[in-house]
Design a protein around this ligand. Sequence first.
Ligand code: GLN
Length: 205
Amino acid sequence: MERSPIVGLLALQGDFDAHRKALAERGVESVEIRVPSDLDGVAGLVLPGGESTTMLKLMEGTGLDSRLGDLIRGGLPVLATCAGVILVAREVRHPAQRSLRLLDIVVERNAYGRQIDSAVVDLEVADGDDLGSTTLEGVFIRAPRVTEVGEGVHVLARRGGDPVLLRQGRFLAATFHPELSPGSPVIDLFLRSIRNGSANRGERT
Ligand code: GLN
């Protein structure tokens, strides 16, 4: 029988445990990533929500950012959610912040208001074939807004016209929290991208 892939969860801070549960419900094992050697042998990677500023600080001096960069540029399937998207964006504004510059988008932090303005929203699915569903719920918690999308980035879903679910090759980015929506097709899409390798539909370079 084919061995189930092991997914790495960036576990410096934030809601990585909700991702662990969402993966476990689908029979997928995960490991917590805090130092570069934790990444050895993972088949995919989750960059969870939380506080991107804190995550950046906790990465300093560990060598984790450069190892993550190497693996992601090498095509490791990734699911980044909320703060995880801020970590990897090409540019971060409002306030400006350093980033790993791995995903060709510009984001504005906390653009939908404060914690109290957090919302569960029915999203506009822009590519249901790729997503594998024509409906999608988005849980937004002090989410960033994507204000610019590069050429190689495909928009899968929007909120009020703003891109909120994007794919750049095997890199999937959600400004919301799919791990908090039971049975979310976003988690299933991430797992398909791990299992199907580069034959994945909608693949871009
Ligand atoms: N506002 C947070 C940040 O800027 C992201 C919030 C989240 O991940 N839910 O990092």
